[in-house]
Design a protein around this ligand. Sequence first.
Ligand code: ADE
Ligand code: ZN
Length: 337
Amino acid sequence: MTTPAPSSRPPRAELHLHIEGTLEPDLAFELAARNGVGLPYPDPASLRAAYEFEDLQSFLDLYSANMAVLRTEADFADLTRAYLTRAARAGVRHAEISFDPQAHLVRGVPLEAVVGGIAGVLERSEADHGISTLLIAAFHRDRDPADALDVLERLLAMRAPIAGVGLDNAEVGNPAAPFADVYARAEAAGLRRTAHAGEEGPAANIRDALDLLHAERIDHGIAVVQDPDLVARVVAQQIPFTLCPVSNVRLRAVPALAEHPLPAMIEAGMLVSINSDDPPYFGAYVDDVDDAVTAALGLTRDQRAALAAASFRGSFLPPERVAGYLADVEAWRAAGA
Ligand code: ADE
Ligand code: ZN
């Protein structure tokens, strides 16, 4: 009898993942044909070649344009299934998946099709893919907060199986403060709270997310290192930060992986995980992110295990589920020792 070789990558949770950002060019063309929607590229390779970005907005423009192919419940189900299939290969054991309801409502796609398509696949994800999941409804910070509140009320009224809310899209020039009522409503409804902050914007945006939105988790948050007092606070409170180092480089928030603040954040004692954000757009699923970060920053197996453990600790799972996953991470760490 032979012992199976230890996996080269740890089991992990992916906490920062936009389901719309998992649209692969091949699937985009398949859905475009199915729905009779035109794409301004002759083929998937030409679309992929357009995945070169100058900043967050240049990415958001293409990301939003590509959503035109997502029209039916089956489209959202196919998208979700494709992500889970690939994520399982990456060693993802738990995923907290964001979706952007407003991006679809403005195109006339019913909320029921979006939620039904995604949630129907997530319901079977543990059985079909070995991945437990939670769903997060993310609101656009560059839209009217009253619209976000209206969409939240609709999600609650239809009993959408969401575990939490998030805030995404263009950060600069779009403060968190006007979304305080939306987050207060989410909190009152028992929903968990995360928010993008400090991706392109300053550390003050992270403070606002914590103080004004009562965010329990910060997405990106790389600007925190500009504010030592804030670093001390998030260390003391062990606020999870869901980092996306490859995304930061591809959107030019950071010049190169070797210059990413991840090591400084680990050194400070922050609870940080690594995630993919929008994998095909940035050419990296979370296993590729792990490989790239490990190579660029020279991470040890123990440091990679610590990042994977932080991904589960920073999740919205109950403590007993977290404990089970942490034991798996420890087994992975020990297998390579
Ligand atoms: N939506 C999808 N990816 C995003 C990112 N990196 N920042 C803000 N909004 C997003
Ligand atoms: Zn994001």
